[in-house]
Design a protein around this ligand. Structure first.
Ligand SMILES: NC(=O)c1ccc[n+]([C@@H]2O[C@H](COP(=O)([O-])OP(=O)(O)OC[C@H]3O[C@@H](n4cnc5c(N)ncnc54)[C@H](O)[C@@H]3O)[C@@H](O)[C@H]2O)c1
Length: 271
């Protein structure tokens, strides 16, 4: 699909780790749509090197930045504007990591040092990004900023653990900063709440396969794949969605508004 919806637009895409990353698909679709952008990830993630392939394909420069570092964030925004030749029109925040999940700590026995780090990486980093851009006046009028989130912000999924809190904060930051950025500079800020997706972060959640299949069987359209999420991001970055802001938009095949499906009911029917 070549629609050039993002022709002439400049952006930053956070979080492409490998070809299954949602951000990887977003980069491919933004490139197809005519955008130019910088790719960024944590220095340690860049060492794996897979992102070089994406950068070559999209003609994009890679700028390392740990989202928990103000210094890195400042340098990233300055260098991106320099490399791209002007202010930014769109940004994708596709960053998430739970130390407690990674270290196998259950929700009822969280390590709070880990939790601080989880919240810093997965949620506060979004405020850090927006505040850095705000102070530098780095986003053009009618620019668009999107962060990826999950429905565990609204409903309990036991194995999602402290990431539920992280996503609640992330979505709240989009609403709050969306107000200030809308009033101050006509910039929109939204979160997209995506279906379970087979990625490195996704499959870190215990029992992810069952989780994925459950959502797929409940959603009338089935789980939304990463490619479709990328298409939706392109739409959100384009001029066709200029008055959408402060929203958490479900991109989940209908999962969030479905109580149960006939397939799921059949599994519980008495014989
Ligand atoms: N996979 C799913 O099921 C799913 C569903 C809904 C929302 N999401 C969200 O989508 C986003 C992208 O995740 P994904 O599923 O594509 O997995 P992914 O593992 O490919 O992406 C997560 C990214 O976060 C980056 N990251 C971690 N710590 C960082 C740091 N300190 N500084 C900079 N970057 C850092 C990682 O390097 C990685 O690129 C996350 O916010 C995730 O919570 C995922």
């Amino acid at each position: 699909m070549s629609h050039q919806l993002l022709e002439g637009k400049r952006g930053i895409i956070f979080g492409a780790l490998n070809s299954s990353s949602i951000a990887w698909h977003v980069a491919e679709k933004c490139h197809e749509a005519g955008a130019s952008f910088v790719l960024t990830n944590a220095p340690i993630a860049l060492r794996m090197g897979e992102i070089n392939e994406l950068a070559a394909k999209c003609n994009a420069q890679i700028i390392p930045a740990d989202v928990t570092s103000e210094e890195d964030m400042n340098a990233l925004i300055d260098q991106s504007m320099e490399v791209l030749g002007g202010k930014l029109d769109f940004i994708l925040h596709s960053v998430g990591m739970s130390l407690n999940v990674r270290k196998g700590k259950p929700y009822t026995d969280l390590n709070y040092e880990f939790m601080h780090k989880t919240l810093d990486i997965s949620a506060i980093s979004f405020h850090r990004l927006l505040q850095t851009c705000w102070k530098k006046d780095a986003i053009s009028d009618w620019g668009s900023v999107v962060a990826l989130t999950y429905i565990a912000a609204q409903r309990t999924f036991p194995d999602y653990s402290e990431m539920a809190e992280a996503k609640s904060i992330l979505e709240s930051i989009a609403r709050s900063f969306g107000y200030h950025y809308g009033k101050g500079k006509n910039v929109r800020v939204n979160t997209i709440s995506q279906s379970p997706t087979m990625t490195t972060a996704g499959s870190g959640v215990h029992g992810f396969d069952a989780f994925f299949n459950y959502a797929d069987s409940i959603s009338p359209l089935g789980n939304a794949p990463a490619e479709a999420c990328a298409d939706f991001c392109v739409a959100m970055f384009s001029d066709l969605t200029r008055y959408v802001t402060q929203q958490n938009i479900f991109h989940d095949g209908g999962f969030s508004n479905t109580g149960v499906s006939t397939e799921a009911m059949a599994k519980f029917a008495s014989i």
